[in-house]
Structures are given as structure tokens and as C-alpha cells.
Design a protein around this ligand. Structure first.
Ligand SMILES: C[S@@+](CC[C@H](N)C(=O)[O-])C[C@H]1O[C@@H](n2cnc3c(N)ncnc32)[C@H](O)[C@@H]1O
Length: 275
């Protein structure tokens, strides 16, 4: 298909974002990125991507709004409870054997996945030997993650998810209602660190025994998925675990052979010992 003017403007906009703000979206899957950029264009009252590019280049205060469209911030505590049940019942027994444990939650958004794992590790008695690193590229999301405050009207869903994940206590043990929100226990933050890291631009993060990267690869094209999974592979220690989202898989990535399927249904993989 011949390139349309909008195709050209779309590419130039991504190039401008990279050069001016150092965020690289060139390897994201085009259809959904373009749809979200059209929404941003409308919200910011621009007729074309070129106009949007002009705004973004000349008015830095516009960039955070654009970034909120470029990145999708949907998350839940214990999202897909069966995944967390599998982590609890099948992965933790292995993790328990390590004297110290590092976990990387890549693309942690506003922190729900990190708090879910922190609660789960406390319930399973491995919290004290565990460090959880939550990383993302969206600074606003990372700020919310650090604050650990969620809207009260989300709590019934979180409570139900926690119960279905095999939760051994009441979720209400982990938060207090204040200032119109649920403020999560600061002690859960003792063994967690949130930081800026891009799967598209940065290098290996740290040596870890478990990577949980859920609902992030789905936004990447094949090449960028390969890059991200390569980083996970290089970060994971011998026989480390990798958990993906419900609609994600290693099947078509370059590194598929370096992992074995540990729980096919819940998309949990284990790095092969010989790779
Ligand atoms: C849909 S959220 C997933 C949140 C959480 N993992 C979950 O499953 O509930 C996707 C997250 O990936 C982040 N993200 C997008 N591109 C990224 C990149 N290149 N490196 C790291 N994180 C990225 C977004 O900012 C967003 O917070």
C-alpha cells in the first residue's frame, strides 16, 4: 500500500518525540499507537499529526498529556487472579529455596502488580528476603506507584481478585481508608523500589530470579518484543521465571527456545538451565 500523508506525519511525530523527549515509540505496534495518537490529536485540538508535532515541539507542557496517550495505564490489584494463584502455588515453592530474591516488574504502571506481589510474598512468608523492582517509562505512573493510594471504588474488585488469587488474609489488612482513597501499608514499600527504565532503550536492569512483565509486550512490534525478552533472558539467573500477560506469549519471539513453558495457561516460563 502506498504511504499516505498521515503515515508520513505519524512517523515524523514519533521521530520528533524521540529527538526532543528521548522516548522511543518507533517499535510499538502501529495500529493501536496510531489510534491513541488520533485521540490525543483530538483532545489537544489539532487537525493533523503535523500540527500535533508542532505543539509538542514548542510547548513542553503538552508532552505529559501526549505521553498519557502513548502509554496505556490500565492495571488492577491481582489482575487475572489465576496468574497470581499460579505464582503463589507453583513459583513461590521454588523461590523459597533462594536465600535472597530479586523480582523485576517491568512496565509496572501505577504499581498494582508490585503491591499484589508484595502482599503475596508477605502471605507466603518470603517478604523479608525479597526485593521487588518496579520499572516503567511514565513518570506520572511511577509517582502514583510510589504513593500507593488507589480510589476506594476500586477496592471491591481488588478484594475479589485477591480472594480468587488464594489470598490468605483480608485485603483490608493492607490498606487504610484516608483522604478519599485506600492508602496501602507503607511497610509493603520497605522491600520495593520504583524506577524509570525503558524496555525500548535501556540495558539489562539487574540480576533477578523472577520477571513479571504483564500487558506490555502486547503494545510492541515483533522486533521490540525480541529486544524486551532478550533483556529478561539476560537479567534472569539460572532457571529463573518469567510471567507474561494473558494475551502474550514467547512463541514468536527469537528467545522462545531459551525458555520452557512452566505453566502454559498462565503464561509462566522458566529459563532453560543450558542457555
Ligand atoms: C497496560 S500497563 C500494564 C500494567 C501492569 N503490568 C498490569 O499488567 O496490570 C502497560 C505499562 O507499560 C508501560 N510501558 C510502555 N512502554 C514501555 C517501555 N518501553 N518500557 C517500560 N515500560 C513501558 C506503560 O507506561 C504502562 O505503564
Amino acid at each position: 500500500m502506498p504511504e499516505t500523508v498521515e503515515d508520513i506525519e505519524f512517523r515524523l511525530l514519533l521521530e520528533a518525540v524521540l529527538r526532543k523527549y528521548h522516548y522511543d515509540f518507533r517499535g510499538y505496534s502501529v495500529a493501536s499507537l496510531r489510534r491513541r495518537l488520533r485521540q490525543a490529536r483530538e483532545r489537544l485540538g489539532c487537525r493533523t499529526f503535523s500540527q500535533l508535532q508542532d505543539r509538542v515541539l514548542h510547548d513542553p507542557s503538552v508532552f505529559p498529556t501526549l505521553l498519557s496517550y502513548l502509554t496505556v495505564q490500565v492495571s488492577e490489584l491481582f489482575r487475572d487472579p489465576a496468574y497470581f494463584r499460579a505464582v503463589r502455588e507453583q513459583v513461590v515453592p521454588y523461590l523459597r529455596t533462594y536465600p535472597s530474591l530479586k523480582v523485576w516488574v517491568a512496565g509496572c504502571s501505577t504499581g498494582e502488580e508490585v503491591y499484589s506481589l508484595a502482599i503475596l510474598f508477605r502471605e507466603e512468608g518470603v517478604e523479608d528476603r525479597t526485593m521487588i523492582y518496579g520499572t516503567d517509562i511514565n513518570p506520572e505512573a511511577l509517582r502514583k506507584a510510589e504513593a500507593g493510594v488507589y480510589e476506594l471504588d476500586r477496592i471491591p474488585l481488588f478484594t475479589e481478585n485477591h480472594r480468587k488469587s488464594g489470598g490468605k488474609s483480608s485485603l483490608s489488612d493492607y490498606y487504610t481508608a484516608a483522604y478519599g482513597g485506600a492508602v496501602f501499608d507503607k511497610n509493603l514499600r520497605r522491600r520495593t523500589v520504583f524506577s524509570d527504565h525503558s524496555l525500548a532503550a535501556d540495558e539489562v536492569f539487574a540480576e533477578v530470579q523472577f520477571v513479571s512483565c504483564r500487558n506490555v509486550l502486547i503494545y510492541f512490534d515483533r522486533e521490540l518484543q525480541n529486544r524486551a525478552v532478550g533483556l529478561f533472558h539476560d537479567s534472569l539467573s539460572h532457571k529463573g521465571f518469567l510471567g507474561l500477560g494473558a494475551r502474550e506469549s514467547l512463541r514468536f519471539t527469537r528467545h522462545a527456545d531459551s525458555f520452557e513453558e512452566f505453566d502454559r495457561e498462565e503464561r509462566i516460563y522458566r529459563k532453560r538451565g543450558d542457555r
